[in-house]
Design a protein around this ligand. Structure first.
Ligand SMILES: Nc1ncnc2c1ncn2[C@@H]1O[C@H](COP(=O)(O)OP(=O)(O)OP(=O)(O)O)[C@@H](O)[C@H]1O
Length: 647
């Protein structure tokens, strides 16, 4: 059985509806060890026939049989495999990949083999030595002469040990001496049992082979045996497969380093967008954290003040004064998940404080509760004992310049309350200053028992107009528990409670800060969009620049999927590099700003979390991959024959 058999091959090209018959029924048989020269007039269809034999063109009539098996119904993948395993191409214009060294140009055909990288290098080196280029392996193609380039192409064609070598005018661009040497090499290849098919215009070249086939008007008009084919048994070939992902990445990386300056600029452009997003998120965390820190420095985050009321009135004292928290309400609050305990509280407004002949008016008189931080009491103690009072520093200073000396002194506390019938009642009591607080809050505090006894002394009953709910767990539990409290309904189905005091504004404030930060991050995200467009443009340019390279790779048996993978890998690498560099820069700037600001605010104002960084990296990679979709599929769809003829 013949190694290769052509059965009545016919091929037409169409210009519009007009048909141009190029091959009009070609039937030939070829065997191992033959060195066949295909001669014929220019434009006679020799290259067309070689493209069909080489598996680059499957749009023809007739049949090509390899070892008796038809290629007719082969899928794209099977044809890729056929080119990979069976065919080695040598082109008139060499078709080497410019950005690779000549060693890599040969090794690229072995990327698809099972050989280790070291074995691939060794085999490529051996082949380059064989074609006389052992001393040039690290040169690039543009550093070689025409004859040397063609030898690289021969070494590459031999790399995967194919049965058939197709050489389309291999000596067309060479001088007489180089032509002789290349022909000798081709003959040597045939002598090893391979089928060498050359297309030539030269009778001298044709005379070198074992057989001359002549084409005229799309048909074979003569088939001459010059000498016996070589009888050597061919080697058994090597195991080959499509490019693996890691090889695709390596090739993409190689390509990136070749166009280093351009790619560095793209990485820089992409990094600006990712940096802005990560930095904005970090700044948002910092500002939110700083404000919370400032607030929780004054109040206990795990205790919230709750009062009755339908609407959110924030810290409006009149709403609290009007409300009456019953023991039933307290039970209801006590049953809310994560509420540890509920303390009764009450407040009055505009208390008058008199010490010696000094009269000072305060804003709020409130029962001491867990929202107040003990650490803010800088002199003295809490007002837990009966008839003691805790003064804020601002009030104490108004009473006496040496305000610290007020601790332990008796002062008069007077305030107005509303009696049972709504009439105003003045209350007054001598109290001892238990301590002075540093808090920014102007609250004058006495214990619940003290206030209760003052009311009793005036024949009045103290109303509980707010309570303090102490929340279990960390600060993270506070917001959800506050939301549960706010969601409690009365018997009419209306909301029953509201949160008052400083704690109530924390969540609102956080919502606004988050909103502002997300808007800023989204604006920063626009630059990610710009970088996506940049990637699309750059990859399109890259596809255009590398059309020929894509054709070469396809001729070597690289699949469409591999080509697509190459461009996706490139986009992925660009995304990875830009996002990693953006993250590093963001963390460096975070460190710089926080160190510089630590003297002024004692707080890390930029807080980039791992989540922010991962978010930035993931978004960048997704955007890059999306951007690569169109250019990658365009590259994969390129026709190998057209790509090979690209300039
Ligand atoms: N893609 C194509 N579309 C239309 N016509 C084509 C195409 N490719 C080749 N042809 C035509 O088919 C004919 C055969 O071309 P081919 O390249 O196979 O000839 P050739 O024998 O190799 O020529 P040469 O010896 O000059 O290289 C030519 O007339 C050419 O113009």
């Amino acid at each position: 059985m013949a190694l290769l058999e052509l059965k009545d091959i016919q091929k037409s090209y169409y210009l519009g509806k007009e048909e141009f018959k190029v091959l009009k029924g070609i039937s030939l048989k070829f065997n191992h060890g033959e060195f066949v020269s295909l001669l014929g007039e220019s434009g006679g269809g020799k290259s067309t026939l070689m493209n069909i034999i080489g598996g680059l063109d499957s749009n023809y009539q007739g049949d090509v049989l390899l070892d008796g098996n038809s290629l007719r119904h082969d899928t794209d993948k099977q044809l890729d495999e056929y080119r990979r395993k069976t065919i080695g191409f040598i082109f008139q214009n060499f078709n080497l990949i410019g950005h690779m060294t000549i060693l890599d140009n040969v090794r690229v055909a072995l990327e698809m083999s099972d050989l280790s990288r070291a074995e691939q290098n060794k085999r490529s080196e051996t082949l380059l030595k064989r074609v006389g280029l052992g001393d040039h392996i690290h040169k690039h193609p543009n550093q070689l002469s025409g004859g040397q380039k063609q030898r690289v192409a021969i070494a590459r064609a031999l790399a995967s040990d194919p049965d058939i070598i197709i050489a389309d005018e291999p000596t067309g661009a060479l001088d007489a001496q180089n032509t002789d040497e290349i022909l000798k090499l081709l003959d040597e290849i045939a002598s090893e049992g391979k089928l060498v098919l050359t297309v030539t215009h030269s009778d001298k070249v044709a005379a070198y082979g074992t057989r001359i086939v002549h084409m005229a008007s799309g048909k074979i008009d003569s088939d001459k045996q010059l000498r016996d084919p070589y009888q050597t048994e061919p080697s058994s070939g090597m195991k080959l497969h499509p490019l693996r992902m890691v090889d695709t990445f390596r090739m993409a990386f190689q390509q990136m380093t070749y166009n280093l300056k351009r790619n560095l600029l793209i990485i820089f452009g992409g990094a600006i967008g990712i940096f802005s997003v990560i930095f904005m998120l970090g700044l948002g965390n910092g500002i939110k954290g700083y404000i919370n820190h400032q607030i929780y420095d004054q109040i206990n985050p795990n205790s919230v003040q709750v009062t009755k009321g339908k609407a959110d009135s924030g810290t409006d004292a009149s709403a609290i004064l009007k409300s009456n928290v019953t023991s039933k309400d307290i039970d209801k609050l006590d049953n809310v998940k994560n509420v540890k305990s509920v303390e009764k509280g009450s407040m009055a407004v505009s208390p008058q404080l008199t010490y010696k002949d000094k009269n000072v008016q305060g804003q709020v008189l409130q029962t001491y509760n867990s929202t107040m931080l003990e650490k803010s009491i800088k002199q003295g103690d809490k007002p837990t004992k009966k008839n003691t009072v805790l003064l804020p520093k601002s009030i104490a200073q108004k009473m006496q310049s040496n305000y610290k000396a007020l601790v332990g002194k008796k002062i008069n506390l007077a305030f107005a309350a509303t009696g049972k019938n709504g009439q105003p009642i003045q209350m007054s009591q001598k109290v001892t200053v238990s301590g002075i607080s540093d808090s920014a809050s102007p609250v004058i505090a006495v214990s619940y028992d003290t206030l209760k006894s003052i009311y009793k002394d005036n024949n009045q009953t103290l109303k509980t107009n707010f309570v303090t709910a102490n929340i279990k767990g960390g600060v993270a539990e506070v917001q959800p528990t506050q939301d549960k409290i706010k969601a409690l309904k009365d018997s009419n189905g209306k909301k029953d409670f509201q949160i008052t005091g400083a704690g109530s504004i924390v969540s609102t404030l956080n919502t606004y800060i988050s909103l502002a930060v997300n808007v800023l991050a989204a604006i920063a995200g626009i630059s990610l969009l710009v970088s996506a467009i940049m990637i699309i443009v750059v990859l399109y340019i890259s596809v255009a620049e590398r059309t020929k390279e894509i054709g070469i790779l396809r001729a070597l048996g690289v699949t469409k999927g591999n080509v697509r993978g190459l461009f996706f890998s490139e986009a992925l690498l660009l995304g990875l590099f830009s996002s990693i560099s953006a993250t590093i820069v963001a963390y460096l700037i975070e460190w710089g700003i926080n160190s510089a600001a630590s003297g002024a605010i004692h707080y890390s104002i930029i807080q980039i979390t791992a989540g922010n960084a991962i978010f930035g990296i993931v978004v960048a990679i997704i955007i890059n991959l999306l951007a690569a979709m169109l250019p990658a599929s365009r590259a994969a769809k390129l026709d190998p024959i057209e790509s090979l003829s690209a300039e």
